[in-house]
Each structure stands twice: as structure tokens, then as C-alpha cells.
Design a protein around this ligand. Structure first.
Ligand SMILES: *Cc1c(COP(=O)(O)O)cnc(C)c1O
Length: 462
């Protein structure tokens, strides 16, 4: 212990130990609560210790993670978890990631990792085909949709300014011609965050009115012009609803405006025969955001920025350095804000290769079908269904806001399943997100029983 040296045999022993703990975790997952119980949370106190003065034994460190860390995890890898829009992870994704973690690749440029660069190129092409986007579409591999949206809006802003003869790289944002930003009233918080980072304040943002499902109403869109950056969404986090993408893209195209689609979890609908009409028109959009760690059930963190005009994303993200020589290969850093990055295309490639077109379609359609079963089941035990269940989200409430909050608390404390709360039209609601391949028809039957019990308990307590 304590030597700074690479000992292959010691490394293997540690990896064996990690493997053993991982297997134990998987074996205990079924009995584990959906959310850590209070004892597991209490135990987390043990991590708040002073920074150690000297070396600690790696094997003991892993043991601590196993003993005190594992119980304080949420069980997203079981059919008990319906929170946020958090998917599970397919086994091939975990396994490919284990292997690539040992490879320790930096995906910044081809010369740092030829394998990472090649798999990025393959994933770019596969995703383009899978989603039905124009060939030659560019993709950058980032941590998640928040960063992907930042990249897309940055490319759009710069491109619109360029068309107004303003080179932002040269002249900056201050004193630039006006770029109008139009965002749906139900846009995700990450869109506003990205806009703030890019120099747009709330007063620069025009809000497009939405309907009862949170969809932009095209006839109520502000008048478009060639300096508009329009952000629409494929999949609202509450209702799962899709903006009318085709109609908005056509309106935008006639003015020369830039359309960015936040399709974090919903854009995957394009890969399903049953659901792809929801994404009709995405081929007309300029840039799109997609998460592989949600609907596709790839490991974290895996977001993708997709941009129809390769030059536009390269112009926004390209960086230079005396030691970065011109390359004829794919240098992934020029598509993303980061330089050093983990080789996340490795597990994305593995998941896509494993599933194929058929598997991706099955995965999406399973989530959507179960969402309908959940909605029917919850309605039959008294809940009010607040959304048209078009994708994998179900939004419900009880007869009164108080009962909704009580029922949610019971559900979250039950340990048997976990859903997150939200507010919709000013009222507390419960969101059920079907985003994991581990959720089966048996799991959702169980979910309905727990909700039934929660509804009854909430009524009694009132
Ligand atoms: C999850 C989500 C985001 C944010 O994505 P991250 O991967 O968490 O950064 C953005 N938009 C929508 C619609 C989402 O569901």
C-alpha cells in the first residue's frame, strides 16, 4: 500500500473485488428499496471525515463504497423506479464501459484515441440513419442534453449572426445585431440555462403560448423573422407531448430562422414505426438534442448534439492550439465544448450494435405501451390522468392537491416504487416516467397496487 506504481496484479485484484461487489449489488437489488431507506441515508454521515493525511488501502476504500455507498443508491436498475426521466442501463452498456474504463482513453482527438474517434464516427452515422436525418448530419458526444442544447443554440446563434454579417468569433456578442429567441412556454430548464450562458437574458426571450399538453400552438407563434432562434421540444418532461415540429420547421424555413429541437428523451420516437409521426419534420430542424442515457438505456453520461450543417457546429465549437496539428481524422473535441472527454461512444456503440433497429424500436414501444397500461390502471383506482399518454410519461393527481401530496409521500416512502412529483397548471401532481427496460408488465401491475393503497391512505388521512 502507498506506492505510486502500476502493479498489474494488484489492479486485477481490485477489479475482482469491484466485480464481486457489483454482483452482490445485482443479487440484492430485488430486495432493496426503490429509494434508500433512512438508515442508509443516516449512514452516509461516515463519508464526512477529514481529508486523510496519507495513503489508505484501496481494498478498504472499495469495501466502504460497497458497505455504505451501495445502500444509499436509488434502484434505477429495477422495475421499481419511475423517477424523473431516468432510464436503466443495458448489461452490454455496463460491460462495454467497464472495458473502456480500463482502456482509459481520452476522446479529445483521433491521435489520443483512434478507437474512440472511429466509434464516434460510426455512432454519428448510425444515429443519423436510425432517426431518419439527412446524410452528412454531424453529431457531438457530450455529457447530456444540457450541454447538447448549449452547443446547438451556440451554433444557431453564431450562424444567424453570420448571416447578418457579424462574425461572433471576431466581434463578440456586445454590440451584435439582435438575435430573437423564441421558446415554448413549457421549455425545459436546461434551455434557459443554455441561453443565459450564451448571453441571452429573460427579456431577450419571447415565450410561445402552449396548449393544455404543453405543446406550442403554431398559430400563436410570434411573427418569425430571419434572425430568430426557435427552441421547440420533442417530449415534454411532464406530459411527454411533442411540439408540432413539422409545422414550426416549415414556418421557420420560409423565414430562414434556426430551429433547435430539445429531444432529450422523446427524439427516440423517430426510431419507432408506431411513434415516429410524433417527430415528423425533425429532418428539417437545424440542430437537435438527444440523450442516450434516458430512453435508450445506455450508461451515464451520454448526450448527443446533432447538427444538420456540420460547418455550423464546427464553427461554434472548434478550438486550436499549437500542439494540435491539423488532422484529416475525426477529432471529437471540435464538436463539443470539452477537450478531454471520456470515450462515451464506446458504450453507446455497444448498446446500438446490441439492439439494432429492431431492439431500439422494441425498447421504445415497450415503454410507451406500458405507459398506457399504467394510465388505465391508475384511472381505475381513482387517479385523474392529466395528460394524453402519447409517449412514456404519465401525469396524475388525486381528487384534491392535499391528497396528491399525501399519496406521493406514501409512494416515495413505501420503498416499493419511486416516482417524482411535479407541478402542472399550478397544482401538485405525480409523474410516472417509464424509461427503463427493466420495467415490465408485472412491475406496472405492482405499481398500480401501490398507487391504489396510497390513494386510499391519503383519503383516510384527510
Ligand atoms: C433530461 C432533459 C434535459 C436535460 O438533460 P441532461 O442529460 O440531464 O443534461 C433537457 N431536456 C429534456 C426534455 C429532458 O428530459
Amino acid at each position: 500500500m502507498g506506492q505510486l506504481r502500476w502493479d498489474k496484479e494488484e489492479a486485477k485484484i481490485l477489479l475482482e473485488q469491484a466485480r464481486e461487489y457489483s454482483f452482490l449489488y445485482l443479487d440484492q437489488l430485488e430486495e432493496k428499496d426503490a429509494f434508500p431507506n433512512s438508515e442508509a441515508i443516516q449512514t452516509l454521515k461516515c463519508f464526512y471525515e477529514e481529508f486523510p493525511e496519507t495513503y489508505n488501502d484501496p481494498s478498504e476504500i472499495l469495501r466502504d463504497l460497497h458497505l455504505y455507498g451501495s445502500p444509499a443508491t436509488v434502484s434505477s436498475q429495477t422495475g421499481k423506479y419511475y423517477g424523473y426521466v431516468n432510464g436503466g442501463t443495458l448489461a452490454i452498456g455496463i460491460a462495454a464501459r467497464w472495458l473502456s474504463d480500463v482502456w482509459d482513453q481520452n476522446a479529445a482527438i483521433y491521435e489520443m484515441s483512434p478507437i474512440a474517434a472511429v466509434l464516434e464516427e460510426v455512432c454519428e452515422k448510425w444515429l443519423t440513419q436510425l432517426l431518419g436525418l439527412p446524410s452528412g448530419t454531424a453529431a457531438g458526444f457530450v455529457s447530456g442534453s444540457s450541454i447538447a442544447t448549449l452547443c446547438g443554440l451556440s451554433a444557431g446563434r453564431n450562424q444567424l449572426l453570420k448571416r447578418m454579417n457579424w462574425d461572433i468569433a471576431e466581434k463578440g456578442m456586445f454590440g451584435a445585431p439582435k438575435v430573437r429567441v423564441i421558446v415554448g412556454g413549457e421549455a425545459h430548464g436546461s434551455v434557459f440555462k443554455a441561453l443565459r450562458i450564451l448571453g441571452f437574458g429573460n427579456k431577450d426571450i419571447e415565450i410561445a403560448p402552449t396548449d393544455d399538453q404543453g405543446r406550442i400552438i403554431p398559430s400563436s407563434l410570434p411573427t418569425l423573422s430571419k434572425n430568430c432562434l426557435i427552441v421547440i421540444q420533442a417530449g415534454n418532461v411532464n406530459t411527454g407531448a411533442f411540439d408540432p415540429i413539422h409545422e414550426i420547421c416549415q414556418l421557420a424555413a420560409s423565414e430562414g430562422a434556426w430551429v433547435h429541437v430539445d429531444g432529450a428523451f422523446g427524439l427516440w420516437a423517430a426510431a419507432s414505426e408506431e411513434k415516429k409521426q410524433l417527430t415528423s419534420g425533425i429532418e428539417l430542424a437545424d440542430s437537435l438534442t438527444l440523450d442516450a442515457h434516458k430512453t435508450l438505456n445506455a450508461p451515464y453520461d451520454s448526450g448527443i448534439i446533432i447538427c444538420k450543417d456540420r460547418k455550423a457546429i464546427l464553427n461554434a465549437m472548434q478550438s486550436t492550439g499549437s500542439y494540435l496539428l491539423d488532422s484529416q481524422q475525426r477529432d471529437g473535441m471540435h464538436y463539443t465544448p470539452e477537450m478531454s472527454r471520456r470515450a462515451r461512444a464506446v458504450e453507446l456503440w455497444a448498446v446500438l450494435k446490441h439492439l439494432g433497429r429492431k431492439g431500439v424500436e422494441d425498447l421504445i414501444e415497450q415503454q410507451c405501451r406500458l405507459a398506457i397500461i399504467v394510465a388505465e390502471g391508475l384511472q381505475s383506482v381513482g387517479f385523474q390522468i392529466l395528460n394524453e399518454v402519447v409517449f412514456n410519461q404519465v401525469l396524475v393527481k388525486c381528487n384534491t392537491p392535499e391528497n396528491t401530496s399525501l399519496a406521493l409521500r406514501y409512494i416515495q416512502q413505501s420503498g416499493e416504487c419511486w416516482c417524482s412529483g411535479s407541478r402542472w397548471k399550478g397544482e401538485p401532481v405525480i409523474r410516472i416516467s417509464l424509461c427503463s427496460f427493466t420495467v415490465t408488465s408485472t412491475a406496472v401491475e405492482r405499481l398500480v397496487q401501490i398507487f391504489d393503497k396510497a390513494y386510499q391512505l391519503a383519503k383516510i388521512q384527510q
